[in-house]
Design a protein around this ligand. Sequence first.
Ligand code: NDP
Ligand SMILES: CCCCCCCCCCCCCCCC(=O)OCC(=O)COP(=O)(O)O
Length: 300
Amino acid sequence: MRLVGSAGVTSLPRRKDEADQPWSRRLPECAKVFYDAGAKLVLCGRNKESLEELITELTASQANKVQTHRPYVVAFDLTDFGAIAAAASKILQCFGHVDVLINNAGISYRGTIVDTTIDVDKTVMETNYFGPVALTKVFCLQVETGGLNPALLPDMITRRQGHIVAISSIQGRISIPFRSAYAASKHATQAFFDCLRAEMEQYEILVTVISPGYIHTNLSLNALTANGSRYGVMDTTTAQGRSPVEVAQDVLNAVRRKKKDVILADLLPSLAIYLRTLAPGLFFRLMASRARKEQKSKNS
Ligand SMILES: NC(=O)C1=CN([C@@H]2O[C@H](COP(=O)(O)OP(=O)(O)OC[C@H]3O[C@@H](n4cnc5c(N)ncnc54)[C@H](OP(=O)(O)O)[C@@H]3O)[C@@H](O)[C@H]2O)C=CC1
Ligand SMILES: CCCCCCCCCCCCCCCC(=O)OCC(=O)COP(=O)(O)O
């Protein structure tokens, strides 16, 4: 099975003769669990060297129970739509098709709406929403391929087979203060991929949206601030988040079990989603109070 991860595309072997294809990345732990499960990975990201280091790490492990496959690297920036088409062309020329696309790359944000430049809103939206949408259209729907020879692109619809995964967030379900651009991009992701699921069911293409709570990664360090600079702080919520290894295993399980929509979070965020639906007035009051408190502690 061929997988591309985003960045990334991937696939898990279903039959012996299918055990020969790609996916792509991030979390590196996601790459690891899929690699260890025998998937043929296409690792995608902006930094070719770090992706190649990841391959060295992955292939160094000798302890695999199943046959593993050396991953393939395609480096591109998700905000560069021309680069997405070129990357897709390269991947499809090498592997013919992709079985599983994992849209995992993302960027977060911290800031007040009044202070935030529209360029920051656009960058977060392009990375978290338009990039995954463009990548999905290339592999699933075979559009915007930038002059590729369509004969090279047996797309998921024609094959009546494929699985698109979007890594969203709890913030795709609820908006919390000082995360406007991030929460908006994740709400848009949830909406787009819910529509895609409905439209693709007739072609037997699966769509999974995964909404995790906090995970201990570099997300807060890499977050953009109101003026576009890097936030550079490991927030306590991030540091105390779930282990990326466990989350990656949950992503693999969701793909294997063909889950449509998965929330990977503790009780409080899950309750918050219900509260937003069942008692929105109360939820809005709680969020306003949270905004006032956070603002006050920043100003003091
Ligand atoms: N950590 C958390 O608490 C949570 C994370 N998530 C989601 O998980 C996903 C993975 O984030 P996480 O691993 O936590 O954060 P990290 O910041 O550790 O990783 C982000 C990844 O996204 C890639 N990326 C960012 N911008 C681009 C771009 N323009 N083009 C290509 N690749 C890009 C980065 O690649 P590069 O090496 O090129 O920088 C990096 O691999 C995100 O979608 C995030 O929203 C969801 C809920 C909670
Ligand atoms: C019936 C009682 C219900 C009580 C509900 C009270 C409301 C509590 C609010 C809880 C908010 C949880 C926010 C969770 C946010 C989250 O998990 O985000 C995941 C991310 O994507 C993290 O990104 P970030 O950049 O923000 O670190």
